[in-house]
Design a protein around this ligand. Sequence first.
Ligand code: FE2
Length: 436
Amino acid sequence: MTCCHNYFATTEGGEEAFSVDVSAITYGAGCLAEAGEQARALGIGRIALFTDKRLATTEHVEKVKKSLSAAGVDYALYDEVKVEPTDVSFQAATRFAAEAKVDGFISVGGGSVMDTAKAASLYTTYPADFLAYVNAPVGEGRPVPGPLKPHIACPTTAGTGSECTGVTVFDLLSMKAKTGIASRMLRPALALIDPLTTHTLPKNVIACSAFDVLSHALESYTAMPFTRRARSKTPGERPMSQGANPWSDLGCREALRLAGEFMVRAVNDPADHEAREQLMWASTLAGIAFGNSGVHVPHGMAYAVAGLVKDYQPEGYPGDEPIIPHGMSVIVNAPSVFRNTACACPERHLDGAKYLGADMRGAGNDDAGEVLGGRIVELMKASGIPNGVGGVGYGAGDIGALIEGTLPQQRLLKNAPMEVGAEQLKTMFEGALSYW
Ligand SMILES: [Fe+2]
């Protein structure tokens, strides 16, 4: 506890308060059947049901449709959501929602589906040039003017935590870069989380999602303490990426413990429903946590790793376009990042390793980066994740482009526990080329 206590020591001109914003959550096996009643309770009469082509024919979407109909909620189905959405796919979804004249949204799917519903709700409620609300410096970073229509987010993967956050991420095709929109207004009105949805997911989808959870928790836990950020002039100016704080720590610790215990089982045994359901709970906890603290460098580097994809195609993902799934694009960077950030807050890196189940015998502060990085690598190997950035198609000659693609992600880089610029990113990418 001493480290945690000291970690939040006040600093000259630094923030003294932190904010906690959480979506309303309903969690439990079979709760998708509540979708209709929950929509009615939110005052929704006609709802846009967002999903993707693969999920549209599953029992999960069927259950939601039936529930909506039974509750007398009219729905308009949109199953054209693109996995790893783009500005073009966001705008297509927005046109659909505008024409459908709905007063609410329900998304059934992974991060891509939930993020697309957030964007469609934003641009139909407050129409503007597409780049208006997009994070600066890529976009204008204009604040979202007010509340959006109610959105019920129903995750079907245990990963992104998007059901609990005010962030939406997409590829801006003209710049070949991943970017996003961040606002408390984007946070869904209700997260309806049914762990039964994870039972049928392919191995690789479980692995990528689980590593996204793991990294959300580790990055939140090792983020810059909120007390080191300059004090906000007004409560409204306090960013969601406010840094590590005592609230987000709670979710991170338990999410890491669950990921360390259940991840490998969930990936390697499709019949291990207990393990898959425990990962869904870990995902929820990590989502609540990082939605109030923010992630940092592994996610910042992931924007470039995913955005500059060459010809990598993972098993278990639909379509024939090259793609590096989000959780994979994050975790290939993570061991190298934590080996480099450990010097900034070694106790927190040691804690992270301990919660993940690492062998801590004889480990001291000087070993923190190696112990944590080594434990992540162990889990990657046991889950069939590619061997670092090199394993998804990059070589030493690509590092310059990867650094250029990461530097615009200042919201994330500034949330790191130490200063991270081009020089540090070079070291981190070099260390991430291969791990074994
Ligand atoms: Fe993530």
